[in-house]
Design a protein around this ligand. Sequence first.
Ligand SMILES: NC(=O)c1ccc[n+]([C@@H]2O[C@H](COP(=O)([O-])OP(=O)(O)OC[C@H]3O[C@@H](n4cnc5c(N)ncnc54)[C@H](O)[C@@H]3O)[C@@H](O)[C@H]2O)c1
Length: 322
Amino acid sequence: MNILVTGGAGFIGSCFIRHILKTYPNYKIINLDALTYCTNIHNLDDIKSNPNYKFIHGNICNKTLVDDLTKMVDWVVNFAAESHVDNSIKNPEIFINTNLNGTLNLLEASRKNKIKKFLQISTDEVYGSIENNEYFKETTPLNPNNPYSASKAAADLLVRSYFKTYDLPTLNTRCSNNFGPYQYPEKLIPNIILKLLNNEKISLYGDGLNVRDWIYVFDHIRAIDIVLHKGKLGEVYNIGGNCEKTNLQIANIILKALNKDENSIIFIKDRPAHDRRYAMSTEKIENELGWKPMFSFDKSIKETIDWYITNKKWINTIFTNK
Ligand SMILES: NC(=O)c1ccc[n+]([C@@H]2O[C@H](COP(=O)([O-])OP(=O)(O)OC[C@H]3O[C@@H](n4cnc5c(N)ncnc54)[C@H](O)[C@@H]3O)[C@@H](O)[C@H]2O)c1
């Protein structure tokens, strides 16, 4: 099997590529990544000489390049995205360019070159915010509240339209908040870890009580593998860790692990349109494909903190992008 993975130098994509190369020795991967500010070619240093792996530095919006690459593969898995909500509020345009127009470009090339499976990696944020005791199902209407989630929701709908209109064999996953090694420190968990390791204060939006469902990145990858191989074409699958925590709880867990106290927290003005709660129902993927999360949050967060303590070289390179 030959797979074009886009955004494979990023946090989740690099974890996926490592997993696929290890689990399926006959598969070949082409990784197309623009190496934007939040990533680093060194994320994949450990596999760069694997004969089944090829890296292409390029943009998913490049029509000729994407057309050429989709001629060489059977499947496309699209991780490439601008993914930071705060950036999308400051500069929405690049989110539409990459997340929507880039996805359109990949879909068009996939249709033209008769790709056998197209998997769109998406997020629970497309559903918007949900009340306590309710859960997002795959049938929950899309209700995005910021330019990032709107661009991802639009891309999901475009993927659906390619399945309905052109019979492109598509799949779509929507996952909750990931954490684990190699995550760029603009995101909550690595941001808190690195600030505390530097003896800096950490900032939480509003009252810190926004709820997210947390999943260890390796559980997400297990789910993507199953959906890619066994998912029903045209379907959407929610993926979640069944692990809801407020941002304040997350901060307190990391503070405790690093022997700090709540004096390190500053509460800052809330983000505009900040979704209060995300919570996933994973019934569909559990019942239809037999996946459920297997890593415990407590153990995984400790491993993640240890990874950031140990991998100082990675931290230095991610900030200099060299
Ligand atoms: N991180 C999460 O918690 C989470 C949760 C659910 C879904 N997702 C989705 O998973 C995917 C990967 O997220 P991540 O956290 O690994 O993000 P990331 O920012 O670490 O990785 C994104 C990668 O895409 C690349 N990229 C960006 N624009 C590109 C372009 N125009 N052309 C080619 N490559 C480009 C970047 O260089 C980077 O390597 C995204 O689609 C995101 O929406 C993330």
